[in-house]
Design a protein around this ligand. Sequence first.
Ligand SMILES: Cc1cc2nc3c(=O)[nH]c(=O)nc-3n(C[C@H](O)[C@H](O)[C@H](O)COP(=O)(O)O)c2cc1C
Length: 171
Amino acid sequence: MEFNKLVQDRYSCRKLKGTPIEEEKLDRILEAGLAAPTGCNYQPYKLWVLTGEENCRILSELTKYTFGAGTFIVVGADPSKAWTRKFDGLNIAVIDASIVATHIMLAIHDEGLGSTWVGSFNAPEMKKHYPEMEDYELIAIFPVGEIEEDAKPARLHFERKGISEMVTYLD
Ligand SMILES: Cc1cc2nc3c(=O)[nH]c(=O)nc-3n(C[C@H](O)[C@H](O)[C@H](O)COP(=O)(O)O)c2cc1C
């Protein structure tokens, strides 16, 4: 999809089908994530793809935002492997992982699938279920699936501030 159309068209889809998504589509979505730039190219993140009944059950305990999906992509940032800005010590792991997550979010839409960036979930509890996530800041879960016929954007999707409020030109 043409880029401007893609970013304007995407919305948080909260009505998904639980049917498996095609492997080729999932591969392209993950490759889009891997194509993201990271500070110093350190790539301090990890992606986990969760499918299957047991994982769906666990996820529904960790968040109320599963939206009927049968596939979930979890994005984790590893601060121990990230570039740090020497001037103020800012660790950019979460920034890097957020760029990866944004690529994934847009790629999902580009594949004609639906998703929502879910940040509200019990991350500490998640690490107990999945010990391999222990060392990561878990920044996002993307429930992914085919879009239900009656899905539509929520009210907030249409409430964007305008350029005059958000952008200042300094001459
Ligand atoms: C970092 C982040 C965390 C979010 N967490 C949640 C969440 O936990 N549950 C949810 O339903 N939506 C979540 N959203 C979706 C936002 O509510 C949504 O993007 C916003 O309302 C704008 O709507 P739109 O995505 O349809 O344009 C999150 C979005 C972002 C970027």
